[in-house]
Design a protein around this ligand. Structure first.
Ligand SMILES: NC(=O)C[C@H](N)C(=O)O
Length: 312
């Protein structure tokens, strides 16, 4: 099996000033993940490493740079899934760790549970040796400005259709196929600016933000959480593929179907079990990148594909 990785850096109405930083970040994340795969590493390790790289980057709404809830606090969530055995790990309401995706991965490997939240997730992380960081150290200037703008003009629940909120975008995700034919998916987010304290979105919910099945493929989603979770967007795409659609057609059909039915936007990245790629977004933009046959493909606007040579 030829190993492949695809990553995204969030769907939405991404302002011009954030385009370059996001493209740089998704390209780097794809290279980091692909390096692990090309050395024979697992899809799970590759997607974690790709997401960790974007959690470190203030251009994304995950880890450092996460958007803020209505009280001005970071509350992050993440999930990871192994297509080999359908094992999952997810965390939510994480306030003081830099890498929620790594804690989610530990839940997958070291816990009998699938989703841990809040205080329990913190206890688990501490038990497993993760170190806390001061919550303020996760807050970027951009996230603060986004909350201020939300508090002045925002209406929670509208992304692009009907309302201009440029601040929520930047959830990150990765889907990888390794040389053993295993698929893994990871997704991580700070959620949405101005969300209620304790709000949980689509990202930690398996079938909505993340799904992986070696028999079919893997999907990571981004966009308006309350909409994505009603449609179980990631699993909707998997179902369409199971019923014969290719990765590209299934991704487009489910994202467009969700948008039509629920009048809100999202994006998704997909890999089939054979490594075929699907990318679709009903939002204005979605930053994405993938690597195939030593070529790095990437883009952010509709109908746009750039290509670079890549040396790993
Ligand atoms: N930008 C995003 O993708 C936000 C995320 N899906 C959420 O609603 O929590």
């Amino acid at each position: 099996m030829v190993p492949t990785i695809i990553v995204h850096g969030g769907a939405g109405d991404i302002p011009e000033s954030r385009v370059e930083g996001k493209l740089k970040g998704v390209k780097l994340a794809a290279v980091i993940g692909q390096r692990i795969l090309s050395e024979g590493g697992s899809a799970l390790d590759a997607v974690e490493a790709a997401v960790v790289s974007m959690e470190n980057d203030e251009y994304f709404n995950a880890g450092y740079g996460s958007v803020l809830n209505v009280n001005g606090e970071v509350e992050m969530e993440a999930s990871i899934m192994s297509g080999k055995d359908l094992n999952v790990g997810a965390v939510t309401l994480i306030k003081d760790f830099l890498h929620p995706i790594s804690i989610a991965h530990k839940v997958l490997t070291d816990s009998p549970h699938s989703l841990l939240g809040g205080e329990g997730a913190k206890l688990f992380a501490l038990e497993k040796g993760f170190t806390t960081v001061p919550p303020e150290s996760l807050i970027s200037q951009h996230a603060r400005a986004a909350l201020n703008s939300f508090l002045q003009h925002g209406e929670f629940g509208r992304t692009e259709i009907g309302m201009d909120t440029k601040s929520d975008v930047g959830t990150v995700g990765a889907v990888a196929l390794d040389s053993n034919g295993h698929i893994a998916v990871a997704t991580s987010t700070g959620g949405m600016s101005g969300k209620a304290v304790g709000r949980i979105g689509d990202t930690p919910q398996i079938g909505s933000g993340t799904y992986a099945d070696d028999y079919v493929g893997g999907v990571s989603t981004t966009g308006h959480g309350e909409t994505i979770l009603k449609y179980c967007l990631a699993h909707s795409i998997i179902k369409l593929m199971e019923n014969g659609k290719d990765a590209s057609a299934a991704t487009k059909m489910a994202v467009e179907g969700m948008t039509k039915r629920l009048n809100n936007t999202a994006g998704a990245i997909t890999l089939s079990k054979n490594g075929d790629v699907g990318i679709h977004f009903s939002s204005q933009r979605l930053a994405w990148a993938y690597i195939k046959s030593n070529k790095l493909f990437y883009g952010i606007n509709h109908d746009e594909v750039f290509e670079d040579d890549v040396s790993l």
